[in-house]
Ligand binder design. Sequence first.
Ligand SMILES: [Zn+2]
Length: 259
Amino acid sequence: MLRLNYYLAFFLAFFILNACTQEEDSVKDSKTSQNKGGVVLTFDDDYVDDWFNVNIKLKQYNWKGTFYITHFDKLTTSQIQELKYLQKNGSEIAAHGLHHIKTVDFIKQNGDDKFIHQEILPMLDLMKQKGFNAIDFSYPYGNRNVESDQLLLKYFKTIRGTTYGNEAPNLQNCYYNKNNLIYGLGLDNSYSHFNMSYYLSLLQYAKEHNKVVIFYAHKTVAKATKEYETEFNTLEQICKFVKNNNMKFYTVSDLDKIK
Ligand SMILES: [Zn+2]
């Protein structure tokens, strides 16, 4: 009888121990997934005042963005201050070329050297003088090819092109793929793929598969009436989804830190 109790105790202890280990594993798994799935919100051009205002609305979501700047030489002192504020609060200031030209077309006509000396080096210098060390680049008009990628990757860590369409999430290009060439999907109302539930379905997929969605926007407005305009509501719904689902906001420079 004593011996039987001994075996019983042994089996009970074994099952309890095993159950605990399984529970610990699942807690660990859910923690890992919370750390990975998320979004990169990127912004192109020089709508600095509008972005500064949108940041006031989105602050409550503990968000951060990546701002790819063009025409840096035309920014006012107060716009430089606004960018500094965004940078100080966790956002990234990145590069979008000095004069917003079509990269591949320009290189075809003028060559690599002229492109680097006109569009890239002076921009990086001007930015550095104001305290911005730009390490990432996005292509104006998404105009890129393999040769321009190779050239730009000598100067930048990650370069961003553009992607379009309403493909099923598993076929979409707009997820971070551990590559230094990334593709963003546009959020402007004028895109034919514009659809809030589609954007949210991409985030849902990111959540379920520990992926990071990359979006891009331009001028941030209350109501879009023209091309290159992204509505506050679009950004707010994305931020709400990310917060409610314990997902993460990343900047582009955060991406290669994801294990
Ligand atoms: Zn642009």
